[in-house]
Design a protein. Sequence first.
Length: 148
Amino acid sequence: MSSFKENNKKVIAEFRANDGKVGGGYAGMNLLLLHTTGRKSGQEHITPLVCMEDGDRLVIIASKGGAPEHPHWYRNLAVDPNVTIEYGSECFSACAAVAEEPERTRLYDKLAARHEFFARYRKETAGIRTIPVVILTRKGASKSDDSC
């Protein structure tokens, strides 16, 4: 198992043991656990991600640490936008949607102002790819939110 996967397992365990709070490099950051279905395997994948609230929605950035390609979890969402979210002590179903301009830039800028690494990732990927911003909307909040 890679050190990245091992680290994620530790973060997930700490998140669940502390109602969404994680220390170390994540101390003070809002985190969620994103459950996606693998587009090839059909298996569940859980990814800890930095997030922010935007009204009644949660926002995440598909930065992959400034890598030139999109993260696997993002590619999984393109096939199946139905996800499960763990946020704080809550667990709920949500629908994932990619933010379009100008909302994408507004949300990215807001998160980059809170966490400088997102600004750095944008510079590192300039001319290679536009980093997607994903909006997570809780299902069941209204009758129109029951499915993606």
